[in-house]
Ligand binder design. Sequence first.
Ligand code: HDE
Length: 714
Amino acid sequence: MDTNDKNNDKLDQLNFFKTDNSDEKLTTNQGLKIRNNQDSLKDGERGATLLEDFILREKITHFDHERIPERIVHARGSGAHGVFKLSKNMQEFTKAKLFTDLEKETPVFVRFSTVAGSRGSTDLARDVRGFAIKFYTDEGNYDLVGNNIPVFFIQDAMKFPDLVHAVKPEPDNEIPQAASAHDTFWDFISLMPESMHMIMWLMSDRALPRSYRMMEGFGVHSFRFINSEGSAFFVKFHLKPKLGVHSVAWPEAQKISGADPDFHRRDLWEAIESGAFPEWDLGVQIVPEENEFDFDFDLLDPTKIIPEETVPVEIMGTLTLNRNPDNFFAETEQIAFHPGHLIPGIDFTNDPLLQGRLFSYTDTQLSRLGSPNFHEIPINKSVPTVHNNQRDGHMRQQIAKGKVSYEPNSMGGGCPYQAMMSEGGFDTYGERISGTKIRARSESFVEHYSQAKLFYNSQSEPEKTHLQKALVFELSKVTIPAIRERMVSQLNFINKDLAKIVAEKVGVEVKTLEQPNGSIPADADPEALQSEERETSLNSSDALSMKNTVKDSVESRIIAFLVADGCNAARVSELKSKLESKGATVQFVAPEMAPVKSDDGTELTPKHSISSTMSVCFDAVYVAAGSASTQQWLQPDYKNSVVEFVNEAYRHCKAVFFDKETDALFDKTDLTDFHSEDPAVISVKKNDSDDSFITAIASHRVWDFEKHRNGFIK
Ligand code: HDE
């Protein structure tokens, strides 16, 4: 598929709004050609500027108003266009044409984001990632506004402003930016047992994706599918990346934030530009209405997953991102998502978090985009033309003809008239409800620890270690010991070892909380509900560990080739071709930016000099064969940098390949201590082949050797 040639209904609609300045003259906003864009109009060459300079005034006024409020959460984001192609007709469960028409490719726009940071903050914050999809369907826009973590911190929308206030920079000094490692966040969290499951995910490496293209996506809440007979099913949405789920390590994340704060944005952009289109399988877990109460948790509780072992994910089709936006502001910034943008065949549930979201998203667009007409902004326009009697407001674009803007009417022939269901009219699912108005939490929502345990138990040893270290890092930034203490006491309900390890490192004791805090109904027995012994019916779930993810491709991985004068051109070219034929990208890193002269005289153009990049920005390192090049690397100007480059890749468990005649450099690195079974140290001395390097890159990292590689185990 070619990015820019592929068109569809949405792209055709957007094309209408695009402009191209090639071969055009500069104009004012009124279309007047401008003769001088250098000087303002003055009273003589050295005189004061004249108020009548409408060209200057227009230019400055527009500039003064260029900024709009950033999103209150998810301000930092990147987006791309793509398509969704259905592979399985889901008509048994839903009448949504999006999920029943096998012929149709539905245009989409997807926006990924971090949550806490400002628009200009780093991509590599330890944070949840947003994963919001707008499907431009023939039945109107359908938005799936999800995250890369399948549960949420809180159960009820009432707590959302508190959560966000706690995690955002502290209000007195606006510190820290894009980080949860501070007092107010952990103060709040330690008082909110319902957040513990999400905290396990957030402290895991899931919160440090290698790429947006290597993240799962989740709808989080239970939604409903409704079929044409009116039968309903609870569904949870899942997106599974074809490249697998991969992460970086926290020490890398911190360095990448300095070396390339746009790391994820750049990665997405460059992958799409190079034709390596990111793909996800979109699937659902389906629970028939009559099985609603078959689980040991409440399906309406957004702090719970349905384990995939209990209800498998049924794959419906593929989401592909194949085109970068033309203009960041017009598209990625102005896109407005809303979980309430629905189409027939999909509906909500009573999940009290989702219910609150249904109010918030339209409301926030009014201050962010400034007008109830935000749906008319090109990126937000539905493919079907809008016909209704809503009128006027700031920046109205539509020119609605005729005298009639009310209903019922006879003067307009009754139009626009209501659609019957058979004509695609939306009908809310007729859920039977009877209840008393009450401001309370259901008892079925009160158990908070068993799925946190399930998550922790399901992690591999290296993942558990990373999670412990994340908690230690975060809590070490908490200045108030009582908060640290309360937090480790919460962890004690999840795993006693975890609590002990963290407590020791953050200098507090594990105390038994008298009873967990939280909104517990007056007549519930909190101790029974929160008992340490309480487990889920499942001990561990493979789907929760990244260890079990897909590891079969080097596609779009970025490999640093350390090349210097005299390196072996034939080997460089041979390995480069092998890697590129499998979809990887090779970038030359040289002592300086000057072209490198290889042994046969071929010039290699570096993408980076050793002083302008770091190995944290790459997936693997190859040290090019050649004794002359090795000697150049060992010159005082480069030696420390190149040794650190290699050591750092090694510490972070990446594949490192030392080719022929590179021993002199190898001997200066930490690799001299490598474990003989470590499959990602590739060396001609071990008789490793190029294929071993390729397999090692595909497996992402050898986390199992992390302790050896960092010298903890000899
Ligand atoms: Fe959001 N959320 N949210 N959220 N959310 C916003 O809407 C809100 C929640 C999510 O790329 C805001 O347009 C409330 C869960 C994503 O443009 C705002 C509650 C999930 C994005 C808002 C939640 C999300 C947002 C800010 C609790 C995962 C970025 C700007 C009741 C299922 C969308 C905006 C984009 C954005 C409110 C909880 C995902 C303020 C009140 C749970 C991916 O309306």
